[in-house]
Design a protein around this ligand. Structure first.
Ligand code: ZN
Ligand code: ZN
Length: 218
């Protein structure tokens, strides 16, 4: 579903799936392919928006939990997309997927190759996405921020009236709070979490951070 010019949202399709976002700029990137089981449906929804899997240049992953990255290998088989990981994600690539799958009682996801490694920004042509390393929910969690559009893709860091759990393998509650404090300082008009609804409008985003502070930070 198109949510604004060049930005598409594909809602999570069930338990252990995640929201997927597609940004169409000079290049097209897909963030969090989700659970492999739902990839067929996701590709259909993308086709309805006129996005062919072959249009996707790069796949980025907010963090290496299987609900976000399980479909990565399968997606590369139906596209020519390159897998781009943040530098903090490299060392956790295998261990995070294995440990979390075991914790959640799921089969381990199919392995994928890493083609591109990026750090504090990701170039999408004439624009650049700022990459924030936001550990806590997991140590290799990142957020993607577009300063032009005031848009933040935040993975499992914050949700509508919620925060990511810190009790999964390698989670850290203190780091989570620090990361939330960092992203809450960004000028954000559109908050795009890994699960649940998106939040539109600066005042609604602000109110959500205030709710989280009051409810979870004690
Ligand atoms: Zn997660
Ligand atoms: Zn998740």
């Amino acid at each position: 579903m198109r949510i604004q010019e060049g930005l598409y949202w594909y809602k999570e399709k069930g338990l252990l799936d995640a929201n997927t976002y597609v940004i169409k700029a000079d290049i097209t990137i897909l963030i969090d392919p989700g659970l492999g089981k739902y990839l067929g449906r996701q590709l259909e929804e993308m086709q309805e928006d006129g996005i062919d899997p072959k249009d996707v240049d790069s796949i980025l992953i907010t963090h290496l939990h299987p609900d976000h990255c399980d479909a990565t290998a399968a997606f590369t088989e139906v596209s020519d997309a390159k897998v781009a990981l943040h530098s903090s994600q490299l060392e956790y690539l295998d261990v995070m997927i294995e440990e979390t799958s075991r914790f959640l009682g799921m089969a381990t996801s199919k392995k994928f190759e890493v083609d591109i490694v990026f750090d504090d920004s990701f170039n999408i042509g004439s624009k650049e996405l700022k990459i924030l390393h936001t550990p806590g929910h997991s140590p290799e969690s990142i957020c993607l921020y577009s300063a032009d559009e005031k848009t933040l893709i935040c993975g499992d860091l914050v949700f509508d009236k919620g925060v990511g759990r810190a009790d999964l393998p390698f989670g850290d509650e203190e780091e989570l709070i620090k990361s939330i404090n960092m992203v809450s300082a960004l000028d954000t008009e559109l908050l795009l979490p890994g699960h649940g609804p998106i939040i539109r409008g600066k005042s609604n985003v602000k109110r959500n951070y205030e709710f989280i502070r009051g409810f979870y930070f004690r």
